[in-house]
Design a protein around this ligand. Structure first.
Ligand code: ASP
Length: 358
C-alpha cells in the first residue's frame, strides 16, 4: 500500500512535469562587493602540449574568440541583466565557435558521434539544469537551462534529452554541423594511439580525400577545450555554466564532470560560482566545484580554495589535470590550473576586459 506521503509526492511530480517548479526561497545575499559591481570570467579549456607550440595565428584566433564571448556575457551584466543570462550568453558564443570542444567543434565518441554535456546553475536559489550525451542540440547550455526551468528535474540524458529538446523547439542540427576537420584529425590520432578502429566520417561531411592545400585544417590539438562561465550580476547573484563535447575517443555513454552539479559546475550565493575543465573523472571523484565553495564557506578566499583543489587535491590523484574559474562574493574573478595553460578571460564593472591565451 502507498503511504499518503508517497502518493502526494507522486502527484506533485506528475503535475510538475514541464512546469517551472516554484522557486525555492533565495538565501540572503551576503555579497561583499557593492551593488552594481558585476563581474564575469570565462574559460575555453586547459591543456599541455598545445601551449608548447601555439602559432601566433592560433593564439590570435583564440584571443578573438574569448573576447567575443566575454563581451556577450559582459553586455548582459552592463545592462543590469541576470548572472544566469550572462553565463548562458557567453557559453553560447563559445558553443558556436569551432575552436572549442563544445557545441560546434565538439570531440567525438569512439563511434564517431558527438555526445555533448552541459550544466547551468543559479546561485540565488540553487536551481540547476543539465544534459548529458545529447547529439543534435546547437546550444546544449540552452537545453540545460530549459531542463532547469521547465521540468522538475536537474539532469536529462541521451535519447530522452534529445526528444525533450525537439519537443521544446530547441534548435537542432545534423551531425555535419558539429563536425570540424581539426577535431576529427585529433580524434584519429587518439584512436590510432589506442589501437582502436576509426569509425566512418559522419553523414554529410565531405570525404577526407577531397581536402587539399588550404582546405586542410591547421594542426592544433586542444585536448580539454570545454567552455565555461561564472558571473555576478548587479543584484549580487552568482551563476555558473559549463558545456563540453567531453573527452576525445570516449566510449559512447561516458559522462564527464561538466554536467554534474558539484563536480564541474556549481554556484551558490553563499560562497562562489565555479566552472571547471580537465579530466572529468577526477573532478567527479573530488566533487571539485562544490569543494571549492565549501572551502570558501569555511573562510578561504576563492583564490586559496581554487589553488588548494587544483594544486593539491587534484594532482594527489594520479592523472588529475585541469583548472577552474571561480567568482566569489567579493566580485573578483579568479582562476587556477595545474596545466601549462588555460584559455581564460575576465572583466569587472568599470574595468577593461582581460584575456589570457598564453
Ligand atoms: N572536463 C571535460 C570532461 O571530462 C573535458 C574538458 O574539460 O575538456 O568531459
Amino acid at each position: 500500500m502507498h503511504s499518503p506521503g508517497r502518493m502526494a509526492l507522486f502527484f506533485l511530480l506528475a503535475s510538475f512535469a514541464f512546469l517551472r517548479p516554484a522557486s525555492a526561497a533565495a538565501p540572503a545575499v551576503q555579497a561583499d562587493a557593492p551593488a552594481g559591481s558585476w563581474a564575469i570570467a570565462i574559460h575555453g579549456g586547459a591543456g599541455e602540449d598545445e601551449w608548447l607550440h601555439m602559432a601566433p595565428a592560433t593564439a590570435a584566433a583564440y584571443h578573438a574568440s574569448l573576447a567575443r564571448a566575454l563581451a556577450a556575457g559582459a553586455s548582459v551584466l552592463q545592462r543590469n541583466g541576470e548572472a544566469l543570462d550572462a553565463v548562458q550568453a557567453a557559453v553560447q558564443v563559445l558553443e558556436d565557435d569551432p575552436l572549442f570542444n563544445a557545441g560546434r567543434g565538439s570531440a567525438f565518441a569512439a563511434d564517431g558521434t558527438n555526445e555533448m554535456d552541459a550544466a547551468i546553475m543559479d546561485g540565488s536559489n540553487l536551481q540547476a539544469g543539465a544534459v548529458a550525451a545529447v547529439h543534435f542540440t546547437r546550444h546544449p547550455i540552452a537545453l540545460a537551462r530549459t531542463v532547469m526551468e521547465r521540468t522538475p528535474y536537474v539532469l536529462m540524458v541521451g535519447a530522452g534529452a534529445d526528444a525533450f529538446a525537439r519537443e521544446q523547439h530547441i534548435q537542432q542540427e545534423p551531425p555535419a554541423f558539429f563536425f570540424t576537420e581539426m577535431r576529427w584529425q585529433e580524434f584519429a590520432t587518439i584512436m590510432r594511439a589506442s589501437h582502436r578502429p576509426m569509425p566512418p566520417r559522419p553523414r554529410g561531411v565531405p570525404p577526407a580525400a577531397s581536402l587539399t592545400g588550404s582546405a586542410l585544417p591547421p594542426i592544433f590539438s586542444h585536448r580539454f577545450g570545454t567552455v565555461g562561465a561564472v558571473a555576478r550580476d548587479n543584484a549580487g547573484h552568482l551563476a555558473a555554466a559549463t558545456s563540453t563535447g567531453g573527452m576525445q575517443g570516449k566510449l559512447p555513454g561516458r559522462v564527464g564532470d561538466s554536467p554534474l552539479i558539484g563536480a564541474g559546475t556549481y554556484a551558490s550565493d553563499r560562497s562562489c560560482a565555479v566552472s571547471g575543465t580537465g579530466v572529468g573523472e577526477y573532478f567527479i571523484r573530488l566533487t571539485l566545484a562544490r569543494q571549492v565553495c565549501t572551502l570558501v564557506e569555511e573562510g578561504r578566499t576563492p583564490q586559496q580554495a581554487a589553488d588548494q583543489m587544483i594544486h593539491t587535491e587534484l594532482p594527489s590523484l594520479k592523472g588529475g589535470e585541469g583548472g577552474v574559474i571561480v567568482l566569489g562574493l567579493d566580485g573578483v574573478p579568479v582562476w587556477s590550473s595545474n596545466t601549462l595553460g588555460m584559455f581564460r578571460a575576465r572583466q569587472q564593472a568599470g574595468q577593461p576586459p582581460e584575456i589570457h591565451v598564453q
